[in-house]
Design a protein around this ligand. Structure first.
Ligand code: MG
Length: 277
């Protein structure tokens, strides 16, 4: 694998047919737009370049996300937003979960994603057929995780299976003043507790939908009508590894989550990019 090429955003636009942008750590953090993000989006819009946000978040519907981005000065229309929440529908269809009772961890938009996917969203404490850990916000954390783990153990002790789905497999995200844990960390915690209680038993892991798994890349390639894509992201483990496995180029925007690492499992980004360029 050749070493990453230091490049500019303009160069990426010139080299590739369409651009995929990660959200957190590339365009925004919790507090607003990152330096240079508005200029990138303006340039894409001005040139009429095909682009999509390919975001692992399942906490906001595209319309809500677009409004929030626009509030930060990023002119991104809702139809340019692909999120891991949108992958619930094909997953539910493929795994016979349409019409089933779904317990969703996450804010209101996460619940809405599960409804739009054809699930019947139930309240905390009610019986459920499937667990979706969509986001780390929108509920009292420890009480909720304890209750969900207890409910899963009740079901697994009774010999039932409970499909568990994780739209956003990210473990951490940049908060703007450090790192925060993300829904993927909740799933890892639940998986570890279940693996300890039921050693060797199958079916105790989450189905993971977002990057680095191929769902978002497949959706983008379908919309773009090409695989000449470049994924611009800040996470080696999701954006860069996912793009490489899908067979497209990637550009790393080093940030708080990158640390000193520049490769995972020998996979390096195609390009290195700094927001100011
Ligand atoms: Mg990110």
């Amino acid at each position: 694998m050749p070493p990453p090429i230091a490049t500019t955003f303009q160069d990426l636009i010139d080299r590739h047919a369409a651009i995929l942008l990660d959200a957190y750590g590339v365009l925004v953090d919790l507090s607003g737009a990152l330096p240079g993000a508005a200029a990138w989006v303006d340039e894409l819009n001005r040139r009429g370049k095909p682009y999509w946000l390919a975001s692992n978040t399942a906490a906001r519907l595209p319309e809500s996300a677009a409004r929030r981005y626009q509030g930060f000065g990023l002119a991104i229309p809702a139809e340019r937003i692909l999120s891991s929440g949108m992958l619930l529908k094909p997953h539910f269809e493929a795994h016979d979960l349409t019409g089933r009772r779904i317990l969703v961890l996450g804010p209101e938009d996460s619940q809405r994603y599960a409804e739009l996917a054809g699930g019947v969203v139930v309240e905390a404490g009610a019986d459920f057929d499937c667990l979706v850990v969509a986001d780390q916000a929108g509920f009292p954390f420890l009480d909720t995780v304890d209750a969900v783990l207890s409910a899963l153990i009740d079901r697994f002790d009774a010999g039932l299976t409970v499909p568990m789905v994780l739209p956003n497999p990210d473990l951490v995200y940049p908060t703007g003043h450090g790192c925060g844990i993300t829904s993927g960390s909740i799933a890892v915690l639940i998986e570890a507790a279940l693996a300890q209680r039921y050693p060797g038993r199958a079916g105790l892991t989450f189905a993971r939908l977002g990057k680095p798994w191929p769902g978002l890349f497949e959706a983008a390639a379908r919309l773009a009508g090409t695989r000449d894509l470049v994924m611009v992201g800040d996470q080696l483990d999701t954006d860069i590894v996912g793009a490489a496995r899908f067979g497209i180029a990637s550009a790393l925007v080093p940030g708080v989550l990158t640390g000193n690492r520049r490769a995972v499992d020998g996979i390096e980004p195609t390009y290195l990019l700094h927001p100011a360029l």
